[in-house]
Write a protein of this length. Structure first.
Length: 132
């Protein structure tokens, strides 16, 4: 949950920094500084994305029996593959329509929505029917 909140916050900060009217810095579009700043945000966010994906995989493995872990991994990887197909299409559309600031605020809203969903829906209780 903390990774999701941190990522949402960083995307919100990135949106405000790259927005042409609300930016506290004078960031020239297409400048070298803008590129370095964007890459810095991306590298920082990748640390949390790795932690989040590892935590998701570990958490879901704890919910299934050992005989179903391979099936679970296949399902997870197929979901990631679908996200990898449609995510860039949606991201490119948002970027072309609203620039980097709009894309960042969209990502921020997405992560905060997921955080709210996680808060209102606690983790499922492990069942006693798991096969050892």
């Amino acid at each position: 949950r903390n990774c999701v909140l941190i990522m949402g916050s960083i995307y919100a900060l990135q949106s405000s920094l790259f927005h042409p009217t609300t930016s506290p810095l004078v960031i020239e579009k297409g400048s070298m500084f803008t590129g370095y700043l964007f890459v810095g945000f991306a590298l920082f966010l990748s640390m949390f994305q790795y932690s989040l994906s590892t935590g998701i995989t570990a958490g879901t493995q704890a919910l299934v029996s050992k005989t179903m872990v391979g099936t679970l991994m296949g399902v997870e990887h197929s979901i990631f593959a679908v996200a990898g197909m449609f995510g860039p299409l949606v991201g490119t559309y948002i970027f072309n329509s609203f620039d980097i600031s709009g894309l960042s605020i969209f990502c921020s809203c997405l992560f905060f929505s997921i955080s709210l969903l996680l808060k209102t829906n606690p983790r499922p209780v492990e069942s006693d029917s798991k096969v050892a």
